[in-house]
Design a protein. Structure first.
Ligand code: NAD
Length: 405
């Protein structure tokens, strides 16, 4: 079934799949069979209100037989503003422990989320999580420079680990994290939340289906204004725009183009007159070349008004996601053309949004419960780190850097 949205034909994504509103409208227009429960006043034979009985298709929530317990490590902005509130929508995941260097804050957060006070840990007694039977999964939401250490210690404690992006600050660290998961026989997932929400999933599907023809170019910007103090402005903590926001474009290029780059080039701007950028670049522009000949051109920045988009251009059409990487409000446009006449029609796909973090956390709980493979494993984070580091080498040398195909 086509999934295009036009002014006349509207499609929605529902849990049951894609529903065509045009068909729904037709169904409403069709004569409704009169039932005994028809409301009073339905003299014309058309029921104007639903009967007072349980609709057959109404989904009644059923409590999962088992929920996995999550320990949240680092109670900063992402943890407090997005991750912890997102548990409310989870079926399979619940927060049961906190790890923080600020006991007062942790106590208040624990009270709010009904987490037992004896499940509050700090960075010194973190390894004691090994003995805590309530905890199945550890979610690392620390500065980037701390991801590798706390992931590896978490895996050694016998827990599965979800680690925030970027996975690490070096390729060597990422390799050690992947090896530690194998050694511990535990799962390691990188928190690439866009693999779990409907808009980016739809974009991946369109690109893979061949609907755009052969993909020729990919373009993306991911930038924002970062004010000091912020972990993103510290070199020691693994800050900088490439790992923090550029990695979204690198990852989106992979999930739309479906290939790994073989050559990359980058250039950076680090203004001397802005104290925010003493340690990290303000902006980075980069290109990536893929084996099939696709070219990607991207930029990322910490000193610009928020802009987050990507565009995939193929021989038969293109798609544009803008915003593409935000937590909410994503918009997906498809432009399909007639290559001969060079005309194209622009359409917006209306999909039902979902909370990225809720979907991501329940995916990981499901993967652990059923011993399945996760969609964004440590190996994907490692592949992205190889690209980030090659881009950094290119900035240093001023030369393109080749990557193994
Ligand atoms: P933040 O600065 O708000 O939080 C960092 C937390 O780490 C704080 O609670 C801080 O107290 C703690 N911390 C422990 N040791 C520290 C130290 N030595 N120095 C500084 N802080 C220390 O940052 P954030 O925005 O919550 O980002 C945390 C992680 O989440 C980063 O890796 C970031 O890339 C990632 N992130 C991901 C998304 C996403 O959409 N997936 C969004 C935002 C941030």
């Amino acid at each position: 079934m086509s999934t295009l949205i036009s002014s006349r034909r509207h499609f929605l994504l529902s849990s049951a799949g894609l529903t065509c509103l045009a068909d729904v409208n037709q169904a409403f227009a069709a004569p409704v069979k009169q039932t005994k429960e028809a409301p009073e006043g339905a003299a014309s034979g058309v029921a104007l209100a639903p009967p007072q009985k349980q609709p057959e298709k109404l989904k009644i929530p059923v409590k999962a037989t088992k929920q996995l317990g999550w320990a949240i490590v680092g109670l900063g902005e992402l943890a407090l503003n997005e991750v912890l509130p997102a548990f409310a929508g989870c079926e399979l995941s619940k927060p049961v422990a906190l790890v923080s260097g600020h006991p007062d804050k942790a106590r208040k957060v624990a009270e709010y989320y009904d987490i037992e006070q004896d499940a509050i840990y700090n960075y010194d007694n973190y390894d004691k999580l090994a003995e805590d039977k309530r905890v199945d999964i550890i979610y690392i939401i620390l500065p980037n420079s701390m991801h590798a250490e706390y992931t590896i210690r978490g895996l050694k404690a016998g827990k599965h680990v979800l680690c925030e992006k970027p996975m690490s600050v070096s390729v060597e660290e990422a390799e050690k994290m992947v090896a530690a998961a194998k050694e511990a026989d535990k799962k390691l997932m990188v928190a690439y939340r866009l693999h779990y929400e409907p808009f980016n999933l739809r974009a991946m599907e369109i690109c893979r289906s061949g609907q755009l023809g052969k993909i020729r170019t990919f373009a993306s910007t991911n930038g924002q204004n970062v004010q000091a103090p912020n972990i993103r402005l510290s070199a020691k903590l693994g800050g900088g725009p490439l790992g923090d926001v550029g990695v979204y474009s690198i990852n989106a290029a992979r999930y739309t183009i479906g290939e790994e780059p073989v050559e990359v080039f980058a250039t950076a701007q680090q203004p001397k007159d802005d104290p925010r950028f003493r340690e990290v670049p303000e902006s980075v522009a980069f290109t990536m070349r893929y084996p099939s000949g696709v070219l990607a051109h991207c930029d990322c920045a910490f000193g610009m008004a928020e802009s987050r988009f990507y565009e995939v251009n193929g021989t038969k059409g293109s798609l544009r996601m803008q915003p593409a990487f935000s937590y909410r409000g994503l918009r997906l446009h498809l432009r399909e053309g007639d290559p001969k006449s060079n005309t194209a029609e622009d359409q917006e796909l209306l999909l039902q949004a979902k909370n990225h973090f809720t979907e991501e956390m329940d995916h990981f709980s499901r993967v652990v419960l059923n011993d399945e493979s996760c969609r964004t494993p440590g190996e994907m984070g490692l592949a992205d780190m190889r690209i980030v580091k090659a881009l950094e080498r290119s900035i240093e040398t001023g030369l393109p850097v080749k990557l193994e195909a």
